[in-house]
Design a protein around this ligand. Sequence first.
Ligand SMILES: [Zn+2]
Ligand SMILES: [Zn+2]
Length: 340
Amino acid sequence: MNISADQPVGPTTELVAQLWQVISANLPRDLTWPVLLMTTLLATGIWLARRGHGAKNADGCEQKSTLWQFLLPKDIYTHVSARVDIALYVFERILRPLWVAPVLIVLAPAIEQSVIATMNNLLGPSPRLASTPSWMLLYSLITLLLYDAIFYLIHYCEHKIPALWAIHKIHHSAEVLTPLTRYREHVIEGPIYAVGAAVAYGLAGGLFGWIFVEGITQATLFNIGFFSLLFGFNGSFRHYHVAFHYPPWLSKWLHSPVMHHVHHSYLPQHWDKNLAAVTSIWDRLFGTLYIPEKDETTPWGLGPETQGNYRTFLQNTLGPFRDWHAMAFGAGQAKKPTED
Ligand SMILES: [Zn+2]
Ligand SMILES: [Zn+2]
C-alpha cells in the first residue's frame, strides 16, 4: 500500500496506510527466500560434513539419507501434521490484523512513554547522550535479552499452568517439524506473545529513549539490528528436521536449532526444557537448559496418549475450549501425559 508524495490523501487513507505499514512490518521474516535459501545451504553443508547423517525422520530418529531426502523428506512433508500447520498458519494470519495494530500502535508506545516519564521523575531530565554504533549495539542486546526473558517467562507459565498449557499444547501437537511449525499456534497464543514483545520493546525503547533525546532509531520495533538475522534464522531452522548442533560452549549462550527439537519431544526427560527463544542464558539460570547428545532421538508431539485428540485443524482449534470445559467440570483433560 504505497502512497506517492505528491498524491493528496485524506486522513482515513493515511491512517489505513500507517496501519498497513505496522501490519506488514510484523509479517514473518524467516519465511523469506534468503532465509530459506540459507537454511537449505547450511543443511547441505551438514549433509556433506556428516556424510549423509544428521536429518531426522517423522519419528524424530536420526537416519542416513540422500541429499534430496535429507532436505525435503517425504514422510515429514506429506504428514498430516505438516498439512495442519498450513491450515493453522492461514487461520492465524487472517485473524492477526485484529490484534496486531492495537498491541503495536497503542500498547508498546504507551509503555515506552510511561518508562520515559518514570525515568524523568526518578532521575530528572535526560542526560542527552549522543547515539553511537556501540550504544545502538547495546540497545539491540538489551532489547534481545529483555525479549528473551519475557518470552521465557510466558513460555514457562504456559508449560506449568494447566489453563495456559491448554493453549500452548497446539504448538506441541506438531508431530513433525517444518519451518512453518514456528507459526503453528492457537489463535489465542499470538496476542499473548505480542503483548510480551510490546512490553520488552516498550521497556528497552523507553529506557534508551530517555538517555538519547535525539533518538536511538537504528533498532526499532521488530527490527533489532543485526540480531534480527539471528532471530529469523533461529526461528526458521529450529523447526527444521535437520539436527544443527552448535559447539557445546556456544550452546551454553545461544540455543542451537537442535535444542528446540528437544523442546518438542514427548520423552519425559525432555519435557519443559529449552524454553527461551534465542539465548541459553535464562534456561541456564533457571535450570531448564538441555543440550542434547549427537543424534539424540526426539519423538515430536504430545505423546501416544494425547496425540489422537490433536490431529486435525478442528481438534487443534477447539482443543483449549475442550480442555477448559473439562477442567471446569473436573475431567482434567489438560494434563500432560507424563503427569499421569
Ligand atoms: Zn513449549
Ligand atoms: Zn517450537
